[in-house]
Design a binder for this molecule. Structure first.
Ligand code: ZN
Length: 52
């Protein structure tokens, strides 16, 4: 597990992030950092958003 500290410092999750913001954050996070996997809830949301 590697943490990309710099990315985290520059990409803080907004306090009142809505679903889409959280999804976007996790997608970007996954591309840039591997400190933790995408939560299942978020994966579900991604599937839902893509299924539109
Ligand atoms: Zn991370």
């Amino acid at each position: 597990m590697k943490i990309n500290k710099e990315w985290h410092l520059n990409h803080k999750m907004p306090k009142n992030a809505n679903r889409e913001e959280r999804v976007k954050w996790h997608i970007e996070h996954h591309k840039n950092c591997s400190c933790r996997p995408i939560p299942e809830k978020i994966l579900e949301l991604i599937t839902q958003l893509n299924g539109k």
